[in-house]
Design a protein around this ligand. Sequence first.
Ligand SMILES: [Zn+2]
Ligand SMILES: [Zn+2]
Length: 367
Amino acid sequence: MKTSAAVIEAVGEPWKIVELDLQRPGEGEVLIEFVAAGLCHSDENLRAGKLGGTARYPMVGGHEGAGIVREVGRGVRGIREGDHVVCVFRPACGRCEYCASGKGYICNESADSLSGSLPGGHFRFSRNNEYYGANCMLGTFSRFSVVSEVSCLVVEKDIPLASLAVLGCAVPTGWGAAVNAAETKPGDVVVVIGAGGVGLNACQGARHAGAAEIIAIDPVASKLEAAELFGATSGFASVDEATDHIKNLRQGGADTVILSAGIPGLAEAGLGILRKGGNLVIAALGHPSNFRLDMPIAPLVLQNQSIRGSVIGSSNVRSDLYRLVDLYRSGDLMLDELVSRHYSLTDINVGFEDLQSGRNLRGVVIH
Ligand SMILES: [Zn+2]
Ligand SMILES: [Zn+2]
């Protein structure tokens, strides 16, 4: 069949809308008709070649989305034609040693997701006899895509798919960074650096976990306003501006700093506002050439502090995502408030410009 998709054919080029051939689903795969796809900084990084040369091109973009199952390949269990699904950028096969030990966020099936191939090395998109990859095994910027069953979570049909699309990356990444990775406790002081799609959900997760102080840091004033809606108790334009406030708290520093922006210098700045025994949780990628740590180790040891990387919010998506859907249904989790604008696929470059300029919390493409 044919599908139209936003693709990157070479590093640095803008998103291009092309018509691709799409094979039918093989064993363990399903054909999805995507209804909505979120625009995430990681796709911009893919376009701009900021992922350290690990990605293969040409690639269909998009690694969060929600849609409807149109065809089911051989051997797929628990997913039927017509089901509504959320597709997540980190699959969870449920069978590897990580999934089996409750660490689905580092499932073995996700080891090579930037190659654009599905498990088993298959490519399902092609054009003029050339295979096109699918970002993180999804390619949600294509109206139709063939994905692995391990990337899909079946959800109830009464919730609009356009609302659920952001559950594929932004929401679990931020919410889980606060709840799972930071293990936020009632009364904690949590600082969230970067108030975009991930950071706002870190604020929301910290609020759910009972944090007493949630301090958002972002240079964009409208994002700090949004952070307040998502649970922040105060906001500052920079770590420097926030430092006095944080050091004057009874605790003298943050229990947790969650870093959601991969900007050089921010990890060191985050460590500087931790209390003794505090935790720096890094949920941003950044460019490998400049988003690095170079600092003396001894203070970290003497103050018993830790630095932790967290992917998809260290979430076990097969349980945590259903919890998030339930929280949305009960009115306790904000999803719609995260989405600033909807775009058509042909306006995808505008959507990414709006993301880059800080106009959007999250933009969503409606296919
Ligand atoms: Zn993402
Ligand atoms: Zn697994």
